[in-house]
Design a protein. Structure first.
Length: 446
């Protein structure tokens, strides 16, 4: 499936343009997809310097009326806070006959995405860094009243990435993008597991958008670290194809697995970097990838004969006992009660568990083979992430190793989406595997 075919299936995004000098195409694209002649550019002080100011001059010379831009001052770190959405919607209310152009990456895009939704508009996004897959994903991760949540809103109608601008982004932004794209490897392995157990069958057309292309997109981490335009273009394309896959599927399974659950736990726990600022999504996910790959190795190092169905069924808790465990694990997190409802849906009766484990054990070698056909080894994954400039140990993101180990049990409670965490939990070995990872000097160390 080529880009044109993918865009035809996508729910919100009509065009994706990547290349040197792509910024110069913004005017013609605005004319093609919008009737409005007035433009509100939203940026922060860094992205305004990188692309916003040039874009403003270019559009003005092309006959557009450039309204006063919304420019967020950084530093301090720009927060994906709902209050910042209101700053944008207030400008739109003054100029309802305008079109929005977001100039930036994750936070700017999420703020504009929600503001456009609330005012009934579509918008254009000019990406300034190959840093995350959220450019063309639906929904925006925003904090409101101290709680981070994914708010409803469509993806941008048009996305533009000028590789001349991507080259100027901080190296850590591109590295974060590499980490986010590499997470599709573990997410793919998780989907294979969920397909095998019957919990979430693979949609082959969506699978084909991302999984067969990953090796090529991720093939040159050293070139990405050197900010070579071709490598930046590949990463940006991969990230946006991942977002388009989520649009086509209508949910994030296509690009998100257990590795993202680790990141969500840390974000919700208020985790900050050594500089006191939030750690980038891609860097948190990089550590999540290594946590998950280590778990995959621990789980699938076992042969079918080591799966003790009788013991697994015996130790599987009743719902009241499980509810008490969830409160102990998740009680310190905001709105933790929602995880009770999630885990209640996942909780099996013992006869259901018995039948499921019999199927899993019977096909264990096949499942293991399918997983490793998609997933590099822990060592290979670690080396690729390191070469790209990603963190490779919890300490690299100001997180102690013990906290990372404790996250396995918490992350399993996060979503009603079947992953390696659920497989290990149902087999009755999740805690043992986490302890095995803790005692192994190969895992989660530099």
């Amino acid at each position: 499936m080529n880009l044109k075919q993918i865009l035809a299936k996508a729910k919100n995004t009509d065009n994706l343009v990547i290349g040197s000098g792509a910024l110069d195409e913004c005017g013609s694209l605005l004319n093609s997809y919008w009737d409005e002649n007035k433009v509100i550019i939203v940026a922060d002080t860094n992205t305004w310097k990188a692309a916003g100011e040039k874009l403003s001059v270019s559009l003005k010379s092309g006959g557009f009326e450039i309204l006063p831009p919304v420019i967020f001052t950084v530093p301090p770190f720009l927060l994906a806070d709902y209050e910042n959405v209101r700053s944008i919607t207030s400008e739109i209310d003054k100029h309802p006959d305008s079109v929005l152009v977001a100039v930036g990456s994750g936070t700017i895009n999420d703020l504009v995405k929600r503001a456009a939704f609330e005012t009934g508009k579509t918008y254009m996004c000019v990406g300034t860094a190959a840093s995350m897959d959220g450019y063309c994903s639906s929904g925006a991760a925003l904090s409101s009243e101290g709680r981070k949540q994914t708010m409803e809103c469509p993806a941008p109608r048009v996305i533009i990435a000028d590789t001349d601008i991507l080259e100027t982004a901080p190296p850590e932004s591109s590295a974060a993008g590499y980490g986010d794209l590499a997470s599709k490897l573990t997410a793919g392995a998780d989907w294979i597991i969920a397909d095998f157990t019957g919990d979430d069958p693979i949609d082959s057309s969506v699978w084909e958008i991302v999984q067969p292309r990953l090796e090529g997109w991720l093939s040159s981490p050293e070139k990405l670290a050197a900010a070579e335009p071709e490598a930046l273009s590949r990463i940006f394309e991969g990230l946006n194809f991942s977002g388009l896959a989520m649009q086509v599927l209508g949910r994030s399974r296509a690009a998100s697995g257990a590795e993202h659950l680790f990141s969500h736990i840390w974000e919700m726990s208020g985790h900050l970097g050594a500089d006191g600022n939030p750690v980038s999504h891609g860097f948190q996910v990089s550590i999540g990838i290594l946590c998950v790959t280590a778990l995959m190795e621990e789980v699938f190092s076992k042969g079918a004969e080591e799966i003790n169905i009788e013991k697994a069924v015996d130790i599987y808790p009743s719902w009241p006992k499980r509810a008490a465990e969830i409160e102990e694990l998740m009680g310190a997190l905001p709105s933790w009660e929602e995880y009770l409802a999630i885990c209640r849906k996942k909780h099996l009766e013992k006869d259901q568990l018995l039948r499921k484990l019999q199927r899993i054990k019977g096909g264990w070698e096949v499942l293991s083979s399918r997983v490793w056909s998609r997933l590099p080894s822990y060592r290979e994954m670690k080396n690729s992430l390191r070469t790209a400039g990603c963190p490779i140990s919890p300490e690299d993101i100001n997180l102690d190793r013990q906290t990372a180990i404790k996250t396995y049990a918490k992350a399993q409670c996060m979503r009603n989406r079947y992953t390696i965490l659920d497989l290990a939990y149902e087999i009755g070995i999740l805690n043992d595997c986490a302890m095995g990872i803790q005692s192994n000097s190969e895992y989660l160390y530099r």
